[in-house]
Design a binder for this molecule. Sequence first.
Ligand code: OOG
Ligand code: NI
Length: 301
Amino acid sequence: MNFDNQSPLDTFLNILFERYSQQVPAVKKITNALISNGVIQGQDEIVNDHIAFRTLGVPHLGIASFEKIFLHHGYRKRDNYYFEGKKLNAYWYAPPSPEYPRIFMSELMVEKLSDRAQALIEKYTRHISADPVDALNLDKGEQIGEFFHQPLWQLPEKSDYQALLEESEYAAWVIYNRYYLNHYTISVHDLKPGYRHLEDFNAFVESLGLKLNTEGGKIKVSPDGLLRQSSTVAEMQEAVFANGEKMEIAGSYVEFSERLVLPQYVDLPAAEIRAEHRREGFETGNADKIFESTYTKQTKG
Ligand code: OOG
Ligand code: NI
């Protein structure tokens, strides 16, 4: 691919998406079906509501490290979300301009885990004595694109992955998948009639043979009723662990979001409705369930 006339941000977002769409069959399955149904003509017509990353909250890693990449490219840090049961902390970041996706970035609160799980995470991360993001030239899009997929720690042992999985499915996911794109999100509200409400879009996704996350119901709705989200269940992928041991583990998934028009704008003519007239941000209760798209209960259920 030739990245010459792209901004560094475009370049690394494209690198992330390229690898993600190769690894997650649901991505192309959905896009191709939307094309054959005449809903869109190509991937670039899909509005990407947000992308998400997972991180480990240990020194030199976690949000404080990872966010530097996005802050450098004009993203602005917004609200904080806390997930007590899952021991996670998250923020969302508003894009530098509306054609870019929002970012949802979460972090495992490692200090809240058992001594055993903390020791396992430390085993892989303790050698990291400086922030790896500081070693990057943040204006080089290809370098950043590579960074997301480059191992920062050794390939885990399968038994360590399994031990982490017992206590924190999130920890196990990050130990293997690192900074791979966790999901992208199809914004459904601007699509054609028949696709622009989540009920219809979910039925379309299920008609392709894909499984939806059912935790708390297929459609997660914010208390104000205005942010509605659903997601596929992560497909299982064969992972190769240290010493060549293999096991099927959860990869990444696809999310769908419908942001409704805010009450003060409901009388605007449809043609005038833009992103700023719709519900912004995220919702703890929705996110808490969406995390489970990679959890065993959903992937094996
Ligand atoms: C993120 C889950 C939350 C949202 O849109 O609220 C989320 C994850 O699975 O890492 O994506
Ligand atoms: Ni999401």
